[in-house]
Design a protein around this ligand. Structure first.
Ligand SMILES: Cc1cc2nc3c(=O)[nH]c(=O)nc-3n(C[C@H](O)[C@H](O)[C@H](O)COP(=O)(O)OP(=O)(O)OC[C@H]3O[C@@H](n4cnc5c(N)ncnc54)[C@H](O)[C@@H]3O)c2cc1C
Length: 390
């Protein structure tokens, strides 16, 4: 196989099914360091862009093993779509996050607050594990799930920094940076997700699950103050795509939906597929930016090989000029889900006063309506959801 990201993702999945998935449930919480990741799948960057769709992951795994043998892994794969659905029904959570982030950025831009914040960002806090994770995140664009939890806990409860600044730092640097999984996980650690509960890292837990790599004592704050809790009511939405004739539509791609599923390719056939440069959507750091670019470049090559017509535009201005002169009367776009990509798209379409019709992913539509309350309830629907996707 040639070394495309798509092929890499399929190889990783196959290796994980052969060597890691059966021991996943009892090994997954160990972070053995960046050189030893055989206990987890490392599929998140691909799943995040849908280079590997959740449906493919789930169906491939279940071809090899019964659900009861690999349940923990399948549940984790469902967590991402659950978080997305939870946020879709609570748009205000994302809007509040962005507003509070802006004010925290300005509050922490001078004086002692800035100094402490910058020491953390540079990995100079004196808390060894935390300082290492800062470097690891910058060098690899990835952190193990348990380390993400410990990191967020130390950031919020020990260093007493605003959680929004930490979430923003993650989103900038993670190759799998996902507005829903990231924002909601940080809120959960902070104590904003479940009333009366937050996640607090302990030195013993870090020592055990870092396989003894970190054993500093008396470094973490244990006097935790829970923040004020605000309940966000789930608003059920309809995700209906306006009907379009099979042919001659103009469809916009975005970086969050690079799906290789046959059902996605079917939608695109005999239509014009457009991509507009996304660089100004959000300030991703070098690694995620490079991953985004490579994923999109590869995807466009794949579509062209399938005989699908594609057109690239450097800016929205170029795109709208083209649209005005074209014979198309409408624009369709794959729905990017709540996050900076959607905000940017909405902003541009409002600016140019053009209507936008979204195309929703079938798996998202299927799952999101069950994401109104806790994951425990959602989890009970997993067998039903699986029965609908294979
Ligand atoms: C503070 C914090 C921030 C996070 N930010 C992100 C993020 O921006 N993007 C992201 O994809 N995940 C995020 N996660 C979840 C999780 O850490 C990563 O999905 C996981 O570490 C990816 O590694 P993996 O592919 O080897 O996962 P595996 O353990 O092999 O799991 C398989 C897949 O299931 C999904 N998954 C697993 N755990 C979770 C979870 N807790 N929440 C949502 N999906 C999950 C991912 O798609 C993952 O690829 C965050 C977790 C925390 C605590």
């Amino acid at each position: 196989m040639s070394e495309t990201l798509r092929n890499q993702s399929l190889d990783k999945l196959e290796n994980f099914i052969n060597d890691g998935i059966l021991s996943y449930s009892y090994k997954r919480n160990y972070d053995y360091g960046p050189k030893n990741r055989s206990n987890i799948s490392l599929l998140s960057p691909y799943i995040r862009k849908r280079i590997l769709h959740e449906k493919e992951v789930i169906n491939k795994c279940l071809k090899h093993f019964d659900l009861n043998k690999i349940e923990k892994f399948i549940q984790e794969v469902f967590w991402r779509v659950y978080w997305k659905g939870w946020l879709e029904g609570r748009t205000k959570v994302w809007a509040d996050y962005k507003k509070n982030l802006e004010s925290s950025i300005s509050e922490y831009s001078s004086g002692e607050k800035k100094q402490n914040y910058y020491l953390a960002l540079q990995g100079k806090t004196g808390i060894n594990c935390f300082d290492d994770w800062i470097k690891e995140l910058k060098n690899y664009g990835y952190l193990h799930n348990h380390s993400r939890m410990w990191f967020a806990s130390i950031w919020i409860h020990t260093l007493q920094l605003p959680w929004e600044l930490g979430a923003n730092f993650f989103l900038k640097n993670l190759i799998d940076g996902d507005p829903a999984s990231n924002t909601l996980s940080w809120r959960w650690v902070a104590g904003l997700h479940t009333q009366g509960k937050c996640y607090v890292a302990s030195e013993d837990n870090i020592k055990k699950f870092s396989d003894g790599r970190y054993s500093q004592k008396n470094i973490l704050n244990k006097q935790i103050t829970l923040p004020e809790f605000k309940n966000f009511v789930f608003e059920k939405k309809e995700y209906n795509t306006q009907k379009f004739s099979k042919k001659n539509n103009l469809i916009l791609l975005n970086i969050n939906n690079l799906s290789y599923l046959e059902e996605t390719i079917e939608i695109m056939k005999e239509n014009l597929i457009c991509f507009i440069n996304h660089d100004e959507v959000y300030e991703y750091s070098t690694l995620p930016k490079k991953f985004n670019k490579n994923s999109m470049d590869e995807y466009l090559i794949f579509l062209k090989d399938k005989g699908i017509k594609c057109k690239n535009f450097p800016t929205f201005e170029n795109f709208f000029k083209f649209f005005e002169k074209s014979e198309f009367s409408e624009i369709f776009a794959f729905y990017p889900s709540i996050g900076y990509e959607l905000d940017y798209l909405n902003l541009q379409f409002r600016k140019y006063n053009v209507n936008l019709n979204f195309i929703y992913d079938n798996f998202d539509k299927l799952c999101w309506e069950h994401a109104s309350s806790g994951f425990f309830k959602f989890k009970s629907k997993i067998p039903h959801l699986i029965s609908k996707i294979n």
